[in-house]
Design a protein around this ligand. Structure first.
Ligand SMILES: Nc1ncnc2c1ncn2[C@@H]1O[C@H](COP(=O)(O)OP(=O)(O)OP(=O)(O)O)[C@@H](O)[C@H]1O
Length: 937
């Protein structure tokens, strides 16, 4: 049986008759709800107790019930697995580097994968390997894959020919092996197999499976008979996960004899450089393929190692290198290790060099590190939902699209597949085109599932069609949200680059040790708007940074375009960035409209992420290395998301100025990813609108001194607000750098105070509540606009109560979960009334707080319906807001008035609030809103 629960006590290790080790651990099963029980870990599993501590989750499989002195307990059996913190998903590559040296694991995590030739070549060889397995011609594949790496090779100064030759030598090993006699026609192959293990808390992607057994490709050499230990560990991780998944394995062992089927008991390491070695110069075993048997001892060692890593991550502790048998004198990373230890004053087996950073910087680093790791746990929780939630629950939560009907599949040049399916017309989800998702035959965990990229989601009416692309074909019956640690990883490398490698002058201003400076003459850039003109001046004169605070519709995008143009004219190289591709494309569009020459512009990003009309300036990454890199390096303006700024190519780029739009929606480390690349920066945003999205509760409240060890590892709630009073203010993931600097250096900020969007009465509430009454219409025309101004609209046909600029309707509905069907009916009726009076349905937008209500309303109208988050940055002539709540305003969605600020400032001419007056008047803020909305009645 399985026994699982949070640990309440870890006993002392003991030795009983014959020298057998044991440790007793007390846990509370049923997620902590049941009474404590004792679990005895026998033999080697007792080692796991060395790093187990109270609060961690313990899982024991195949445990046996036992009675000792009248008390019922459990103990491990020879078949048991003992897993610590199974919910923390350790990546296979992390297990691999951890056995080399725990400190290497930590350093890799901090600094990410650098742009180095062996890394790029390794990726190319892996791609070619996959192609060969899919039956592609070798030369064709090499040609294609080397070209694909064109930009990276260019940045490294390599030319195509020399890389092709080297890849060909590596590929010879693969090809030769594939053709070997040991492989028969019946060999079943799969390339790139994504695995997640709920039991062992491991995830990873195997290079290939042969007859259900893992094959790992290494582009280095190994002239020993045995694979390297860390490589074995990696392959064994996959074997372990395959066993759990029940992947069919044909009986096969290294000797060729049949073994019991069912377990992946053999794995193969393929050292591709071995074939390129000269027999005359090298001695040893030059065969590239090294098979080994994966015995239970090795698998258990894998699990214990993974446990040790998970235990350290429980409180995001930093390894010292003493945990394993690392030998520093042979380590390539020794210098880096010593520098990082020195700067952060960390204990390290290799020792320290250099002076520690000032205490405030170390606290900043440590604090954000904890915050980012808390976010990582939230990503893991998202993975967990893949198997914990039923299909229905996932659909309800907008995490899956179900009941898709596979239509057809088409093999693309290059071996990928385009898969099409039909979607039920009312299905909604969080998935968006460009996202990576999990396409499956209906069961994403134990069925056939493939990672895919969504090309289109067809928002049309009946029979909307979904198109995705994947490496392997699958019948697309279901599409699931697939979480990714990429943005967490990129925040960490940005933090590393910003604090450990960052320019000292930059850090002086970021840490408030020096005031930001400005120099150069003032000029007139914008003739009709003083605040915008001042903003462009501040941005172009900034020696350090400038902040542009733009409330709704005040011309942020327009000001960005003016600023970018002015900077380019000054001869600066500019990086234009934002969190989403949508925001980057919007800003870039304005810049192009401003007249910046297309030849100076590069849009950096993936084809599917970038809007159609910006594809013409997209940097094609495939091609001749020299040409590709020149195109990037010669551009005066590079536009990319903050996540792309953390890519290995962009981290090598340098700019004079980084301009970041929607900066108030970015966490501080995500902002660092962009500004690390430039000498100066300009942040544009509005901290009175939506803040950065932060999942972990603790991520919103930690303070630098906090140690998560006290509260279970995820949430960091020590102290609360009172206890943080004497700590550096507002240093957390949910406070953007924009907001922090705005408070710290108001002199570096300009408020754009004239808005070009809303009628006077619509803007009044927002101006008073959020901007101290400073927001004004830009001119009389904006102020006085009315619904009657729209062509073809007959105002008399609009019901009297909806004719004003702001109106309130109470439909007397009833909240049911996250919907309110009566209110949805009433919203649809209002839409119909506007349409009947001649308003184009495309000019109407509906905002609802929950996706369930969005779906409810979408079924009734053709107008755009979405949540506030999707509406930030856009506007419509008419906006209808559905509140859903009745009786009381319960739920976190109502707690942040900034969300309402966004909802209430989307309408140009008419804003209709539909909700329950009783619920709204129960909160002072919403009560004031109600007063304002009703005044004109
Ligand atoms: N100085 C100006 N003169 C004339 N029109 C302007 C000026 N500044 C902005 N506008 C116009 O005002 C409108 C809103 O501007 P813009 O889209 O730049 O606002 P924004 O602040 O980016 O909006 P959002 O709040 O949605 O982000 C646009 O139509 C723009 O052309």
């Amino acid at each position: 049986m399985r026994i699982r629960g949070p640990i309440v006590d870890v006993g002392e290790p003991r030795t009983v008759g014959g020298g057998t080790d044991l440790v007793e651990i007390t846990i509370r099963p049923e997620r902590g709800a049941a009474d404590p029980v004792r679990v005895t870990l026998w033999n080697k599993w007792s080692e796991t107790a060395d790093y187990a501590e109270a609060g961690m989750e313990l899982l024991v499989t195949d445990a046996e019930e036992s009675e000792f002195q009248g008390e019922v307990g459990y103990e491990t059996t020879p078949d048991s697995w003992v897993v610590l913190e199974p919910e923390f998903l350790v990546d296979v590559t992390a297990v691999r580097s951890w056995v080399q040296c725990p400190r290497m694991y930590y350093l890799n995590k901090l600094s990410g994968v650098p742009l180095k030739y062996p890394v790029v070549k390794g990726t190319v060889v892996h791609e070619v390997f996959g192609d060969l397995l899919r039956g592609r011609d070798l030369e064709d594949s090499i040609d294609h894959r080397v070209a694909e790496a064109g930009l990276e090779l260019g940045a490294l100064g390599y030319d195509r020919k020399e890389v092709e030759d080297e890849v060909r030598r590596n590929a010879a090993a693969v090809e030769g092996w594939l053709q070997q006699g040991t492989l028969t026609e019946e060999d079943t192959w799969r390339s790139e197999y994504t695995l997640i293990s709920p039991t062992f808390g491991i995830k990873g992607r195997a290079d290939a499976l042969r007859r259900g057994m893992p094959v790992e490709l290494k582009t280095g050499k190994n002239t020993k008979r045995e694979p390297r230990f860390q490589d074995k560990m990696q392959a064994a991780c996959y074997a372990l996960m395959l066993e759990e998944q029940g992947v069919d394995v044909e009986g096969h062992s290294p000797s060729g004899s049949q073994t019991q089927s069912g377990n992946a008991d053999t794995a193969t390491l393929l050292y591709t450089k071995n074939t390129a070695l000269e027999r005359a110069e090298e001695t040893g075993d030059l065969a590239p393929a090294k098979e080994f048997s994966v015995g239970p001892g090795l698998l258990k060692f894998v699990v214990r190692t993974r446990n040790e890593l998970a235990a350290m991550e429980f409180d995001a502790a930093v390894p010292t290198g003493f945990e394993a048998d690392a030998r520093c004198q042979y380590c390539f990373e020794q210098d880096t290790c010593m520098v990082v230890s020195g700067r952060l004053d960390q204990e390290s087996k290799a020792g320290q060099i250099g002076k520690p950073l000032p205490a405030a910087e170390r606290a900043y680093f440590e604090g954000f590190y904890q915050g980012i790791e808390a976010e990582r746990r939230e990503v893991h929780a998202e993975y967990r939902k893949l198997w914990e939630q039923t299909a229905g629950e996932r659909a309800e939560d907008d995490r899956a699209l179900l009941d898709l009907e596979p239509l057809d599949r088409e093999e693309l040049p290059g071996g990928r597949w385009r898969l099409r399916a039909r979607k039920p017309d009312d299905a909604v989800s969080k998935l968006r085109p460009g996202d990576v998702a999990l396409a499956s035959d209906g069961d994403p965990v134990s069925g056939h599932a493939e990672l895919c990229r969504i090309q289109s989601l067809g928002t049309g009416k009946a029979g909307a069609e979904i198109v995705v692309e994947a490496d392997e074909p699958v019948d697309v019956c279901r599409l699931d949200v697939y979480p990714s640690e990429l943005s967490v990883d990129r925040m960490l490398t940005a933090l590393h680059d910003g604090v450990l490698k960052g320019d000292p002058g930059r850090k002086d201003v970021l840490f408030g040790r020096r005031d930001p400076e400005f120099s150069g003459p003032q000029r007139e850039y914008v003739g009709n708007n003083d605040a915008q003109n001042e903003a462009v001046n501040l941005a172009t004169r900034a020696e350090d940074f400038a902040l542009v605070h733009g409330p709704p519709g005040t011309g942020k995008t327009y000001t960005i375009a003016q600023t970018v143009q002015a900077l380019i004219e000054q001869g600066e190289r500019v990086l234009l960035s934002a969190f989403t591709n949508r925001a980057v494309d919007n800003a870039l569009e304005a810049v192009r409209e401003q007249g910046v020459d297309d030849a100076e512009i590069v849009r950096f990003g993936t084809e599917s992420g970038i809007r159609e009309d910006m594809q013409d300036v997209r940097l094609e990454q495939a091609g001749d290395p020299g040409e590709r890199i020149s195109e990037l390096r010669d551009a005066s303006l590079v536009a990319a998301t903050t996540a792309s700024c953390g890519s290995r190519i962009m981290r090598e780029e340098a700019f004079d100025v980084a301009l970041v739009d929607e900066a108030s929606q970015l966490t501080e480390p995500a902002t660092l990813a962009a500004i690390n690349l430039a000498e100066r920066f300009v942040l544009v945003g509005d901290h009175e609108q939506l803040p950065p999205v932060v999942q972990a509760e603790g991520g919103k409240r930690w303070a630098p001194e906090h140690s998560a060890a006290t509260d279970g590892g995820t949430a960091a709630e020590s102290g609360g607000d009172g206890a943080t009073a004497d700590r550096p203010p507002r240093l957390d993931l949910s406070t953007s750098l924009f907001e922090r600097l705005h408070e710290m250096a108001p002199e570096a900020s300009v408020l754009l105070d004239r808005q070009y969007r809303m009628a006077q009465r619509i803007q009044a509430f927002s101006s008073r509540e959020f901007y101290d009454g400073a927001l004004r219409p830009a001119n009389g025309e904006v102020a006085a606009q009315r619904i009657a101004d729209l062509p073809g609209v007959d105002v008399d046909a609009i019901p009297r109560n909806l004719r004003g600029s702001v109106s309130f309707v109470d439909p007397d509905g009833e909240r049911a979960g996250n919907t309110n069907p009566t209110e949805a009916d009433r919203v649809a009726e209002v839409v119909d009334q506007f349409v009947a009076a001649g308003v184009d349905e495309e000019d109407i937008g509906v905002i609802a707080p929950f996706r369930a209500q969005v779906a409810e309303i979408s079924r009734r109208v053709d107008a755009t319906v979405d949540t506030v988050d999707r509406f930030q940055g856009s506007s419509e002539e008419v906006i209808i807001v559905s509140f859903v709540a009745t009786g009381e305003l319960s739920g976190p969605i109502y707690d942040d008035p900034r969300r309402m600020n966004v909802a209430l400032t989307r309408a140009k001419k008419s804003l209709v609030l539909v909700g329950d007056a009783g619920a709204l008047s129960s909160d002072p803020f919403y009560d004031r809103m109600l007063d304002w909305a009703r005044r004109e009645l």
